[in-house]
Ligand binder design. Structure first.
Ligand code: ATP
Length: 299
């Protein structure tokens, strides 16, 4: 759906995006992660044609977004920077005005979108009376008006309370699963990304350090829990076999490459230990992210 090759963007002498490659496959929910200033917004700005890159190629839906911007973005909806609404007008009038400024839509489509974002009952109310979560859903509605196949959202849950975050997450998941939209979002809320995204890219200082499906994240790095009775014997056993690389506390071990949990359990049982728990330790997305960002190195 999106193909970015060798994207470079400078602001004067500052290199904001340093020749990145990124591929967002169709039908995925792709999270762009990175500290402040990593280059996420600049990348999205280039994609949306708000910024002109200094180098590289961008394709959206197979269309060259630099040569044919209008055609490439025809089926793209976006919430980029805080959307502004007229507080004294209704949600309906706001959507209508937006549609008149961009691409005209039928009344039926407008009401359909109000229903999708859960605002059908309140669409005639003044936006000034909307909660922050409702405004965010109206912004999503605005982005959905042209019936996009790709939705690009900068910080979708920024500033929302837990209920608002849950509503937006459910809505984004529904848009992906039921309406088939591909989503590209940037977020600092890693717990949300963990619940929402199928793929991530981690950026730092204008570079992509990691990019890939969530399911493929290298999260275990050989650490396991092996809790056995009598305590302490498991460590001696693993050490004796030359399988132990590192140890944390009584029952957390990093095994030598190629040694599995099953190997460790088998050896413990054969040695007469009673195994109470044994499983690999998965890093949370936050741990993986921090390790990637602070560990350095390019993917
Ligand atoms: P955030 O999470 O804070 O939005 P980001 O990952 O989106 O950060 P960018 O906003 O893309 O990062 O910024 C990348 C780099 O470019 C930063 O060093 C930033 O200071 C710089 N930068 C961004 N916009 C401009 C601008 N208009 N003029 C000059 N430098 C800019």
């Amino acid at each position: 759906m999106i193909e970015i090759r060798g994207l470079v963007k400078r602001y004067g002498a500052r290199l904001a995006v340093a020749g990145i490659d990124l591929v967002v496959p169709r039908g995925r929910i792709f999270g762009l992660l990175g500290h402040n200033g990593a280059g996420k917004s600049t990348t999205i700005g280039c994609l949306l044609g708000h910024l002109f890159p200094d180098g590289g190629a961008l394709r959206v839906g197979g269309v060259d977004a630099l040569a044919e911007r209008r055609r490439a973005l025809a089926r793209v909806g976006a919430i980029f920077e805080t959307p502004a609404f007229y507080d004294y007008l209704s949600g309906y009038r706001n959507l209508r005005i937006f549609a008149e400024c961009t691409a005209p839509v039928s009344d039926a489509r407008l009401m359909e979108v109000a229903g999708i974002v859960g605002l059908a009952d309140r669409i005639r109310d003044r936006v000034g009376k909307y909660s922050h979560g409702m405004r965010q859903r109206l912004a999503l509605g605005q982005a959905l008006l042209p019936d996009p196949e790709l939705l690009i959202v900068d910080e979708p849950t920024d500033g929302l309370d837990p209920e608002g975050i849950h509503e937006i997450r459910s809505l984004l998941l529904r848009l992906n699963r039921e309406h088939g939209l591909t989503l590209l979002l940037s977020s600092h809320l890693l717990s949300e990304v963990e619940l929402l995204c199928t793929d991530i890219a981690v950026m730092r200082e204008g570079r992509v350090l990691y990019s890939g499906p969530m399911a493929d994240l290298p999260r275990t790095e050989g650490w396991i829990v092996l809790r056995a009775d009598p305590p302490g014997r498991a460590a001696d056993l693993l050490l004796g076999r030359g399988w132990l690389e590192e140890r944390r506390g009584e029952d957390r071990f990093r095994l030598r490459a190629g040694v599995s949990v099953a190997d460790a359990v088998g050896a413990a049982v054969a040695d007469g230990l009673r195994v109470e728990a044994a499983h690999p330790i998965e890093m949370t997305l936050e741990e993986f992210y921090l390790q990637t960002v602070h560990g350095g190195g390019d993917a």
